[in-house]
Ligand binder design. Sequence first.
Ligand code: ADP
Ligand code: MG
Length: 322
Amino acid sequence: MSLGEFDLISRFFMRPEGQGPRRAQVGNGDDCAVIAPAPGHHIALSTDTLVEGRHFLSTVDPARLGHKSLAVNLSDLAAAGARPLGFTLALTLPRADATWLEGFSKGLLALADAHDCELIGGDTTAGPLTIGITVLGEVPAGGALLRNGARPGHELWVSGQPGEARLALEAFRGTLSLSTEDFQATRDRMECPAPRVALGLALRGVASAAIDVSDGLLGDLGHILRRSGVGATLHTEQLPRSACLTRQPAAQQLDMLLAGGDDYELLFTAPAEAHAQVLAAAQQAGVAVHRFGHIDAEPGLRLLDQGQPLANRWTSFDHFRA
Ligand code: ADP
Ligand code: MG
């Protein structure tokens, strides 16, 4: 039996009454969704697209792809300190494959439910596999975490263990080899990133600037520095190194840490006086954070390794240059 456009939408992307979060005044299935933020709040909105061959391998498990498609979008809300409300899904599919759709929608909606984020609409077309998601969240009016608030003297922090997703990607590419256990662990990080939504919420009013790390730590830090009109000094030995990472040669460890990307950790700054509040926020969110540098008035990036200057040989990912 062939699956038509409307069967496909109602079977995989509409929830039966009483199932899934209900956040919108008018949800999926009408011409438009209608959604209202809580009083005193603004809507935070972000879009990310995943293209087969660019952002994921054609062999990836569809449930994991569903998870990751929403995770990268929730990560943007996390970086703004926004609470997820809902999302739309623009799905372009080469064919209506029920088994694939079943897995994809399961992974997608499980993460949506975990974050109380309702699928409020979308669009479905035929074409090369592409997943476009627009996510909406709410922030207290004037309270979004932005990229422009870093000031000289503020401390630089990162959550989790950056670099692991890139380890898996390089193992897939065959440029390095990992033990079976390390491959499994890093592959989970690459295919199933955990958006740091709870941390973003806990950092409201504490962090001065924030961004999520998708294109590499140094590249994404560059966005904060430019927007804030400041520079930074980094102590690379203070960056957290996962067990998998420490089993790689030292030079490659730095490559993964500084230019890896795809980890969806939060990179943020906070005044030195807020040090204890940052640690409390991280504990509340159940995520480890590490301070690894500070903001300077002098523009540019100064990299240090055990106090010794390190030349910056890393560039961040750019779709039109890669
Ligand atoms: P319209 O022609 O009004 O744009 P569509 O026929 O594209 O409507 O979609 C019908 C309904 O199904 C709309 O409410 C739309 O939001 C929803 N929808 C379509 N595709 C998806 C999808 N991939 N995921 C979730 N909802 C979808
Ligand atoms: Mg439409």
